[in-house]
Design a protein. Structure first.
Length: 107
């Protein structure tokens, strides 16, 4: 279409400018992957795995607050620091945890 600018990059996967909220989401998915790998290879089961995932989530919040805290000044914006990607975090962590735990059992 003429007159409309495309927000996609040349590769077509990521937009040219990634918002801070989207960066927090991607960072949180990285922490979920790390937490799942850690829980799986450490052999955590039950409550110990859940506590490790919570600890990684708190670290991701601290990292997001350190990196992007100055951009979120209002109380509504500050909620985005800890709410962004929470359900995706849980599901991704759980999937990675199950996969790595089962893989670690075969080693």
């Amino acid at each position: 279409m003429k007159g409309k600018s495309s927000r996609r990059s040349i590769g077509g996967f990521l937009p040219k400018s990634i918002t801070p909220v989207r960066k927090i989401y991607y960072m949180r998915m990285g922490f979920a992957a790390l937490a799942g790998i850690f829980c799986g290879f450490a052999g955590f089961t039950g409550a110990s795995g859940i506590l490790a995932a919570i600890a990684f989530y708190i670290w991701s919040y601290a990292f997001a607050k350190y990196a992007f805290g100055k951009l979120f000044t209002t109380p509504e914006d500050r909620k985005k620091l800890y709410k962004t990607g929470i359900f995706s975090y849980i599901l991704f962590w759980l999937a990675i945890w199950v996969l790595t735990y089962n893989f670690a059992l075969t080693l």
